[in-house]
Design a protein around this ligand. Structure first.
Ligand code: HEC
Length: 239
């Protein structure tokens, strides 16, 4: 019986934990996700809309959901919508998929739930992990996505990195408009926004969770009091 327990429960658990740890080491960074930081989410939304929707869609995301992160319908309309779009529209892609296929060899995937598919840490590492590689068609490669077909669209901000093949670390060889810590913060906001987009109801759900726990706590106190009350009468009846 003990052996069976060991084989069926303990060993697989150890394996899973080890796999998780191995994954962690490979990515090596933790995305600064904070669903309650509306200023960060707003900066991230702007970065996403300005830089990513040329090639990617976010078909499950409607512009008016940006009201959940503190923007008014007017702000969304004035600052984030391009000609012809309405606040109720979803975030569609500017590029025709056929052209995309011709240019990149693959159609850039919809990014609505990318963070749920890959994890926030991965996306955070990916957007910081582009480096120069003359052997690829775009001239770029990526430390967490080998031979990626996406060019480094934010290289003006980050600058240019190369991969040191001895240390297997990235080195900034040409600075961009942002310092490395500013760029990390920029990508942090972008990833925070993409995490919100992948699960817009998360914050509400977590808040609801606290109310449920509070309710259960109050009920516990009341139930105990009620029980004491009932038993008092029963004890009296026995006397
Ligand atoms: C010039 C077009 C273009 C732009 C602009 C662009 N991408 Fe991409 N992206 C691609 C292509 C093409 C791929 C597919 C890469 C592959 O499969 O090799 C891709 C892949 C990705 C992936 C990996 C998807 C996966 O899980 O396989 C992520 C994440 C991503 N892009 C994020 C972004 C973000 C965030 C932005 C905005 C800052 C952005 N992209 C802007 C073309 C683009």
């Amino acid at each position: 019986m003990k052996k069976l327990f060991l084989v069926l429960i303990v060993l697989p658990s150890i394996l899973i934990v080890q796999m998780a740890v191995a994954n962690e080491v490979k990515i090596g960074v933790t995305a600064p996700i904070d669903a309650s930081d509306h200023a960060s989410l707003q900066r991230g939304a702007k970065a996403f809309i300005n830089n990513c929707l040329n090639c990617h869609s976010a078909n499950y995301m409607r512009y008016n959901r940006l009201q959940d992160i503190g923007l008014t319908a007017k702000q969304i309309k004035d600052n984030l919508l391009f000609a012809g779009e309405k606040v109720g529209d979803t975030m569609t892609v500017a590029m025709n998929p056929k052209d995309a296929k011709k240019w990149f060899g693959v159609v850039p995937p919809d990014l609505s739930v990318e963070v749920r598919a890959r994890g926030a840490d991965w996306v955070y590492a990916y957007m910081r992990g582009f480096y120069r590689d003359e052997t690829t068609p775009t001239g770029w490669n990526n430390i967490v996505f080998d031979k990626v077909a996406m060019p480094h669209v934010l290289y003006e901000l980050q600058g240019e990195q190369i991969l040191n093949h001895e240390t297997h670390k990235l080195e900034l060889v040409k600075p961009g408009k942002l310092s490395p810590s500013e760029y990390n913060a920029y990508i942090g906001d972008l990833t925070n926004y993409m995490a919100f987009m992948a699960e817009p109801g998360k914050q509400q759900r977590q808040q609801l969770g606290w109310w449920v726990l509070l309710f259960l706590g109050v009920m516990l106190v009341l139930a105990r009091k009620l029980k004491a009350e009932y038993w008092k009468d029963i004890k009296k009846g026995n006397d």
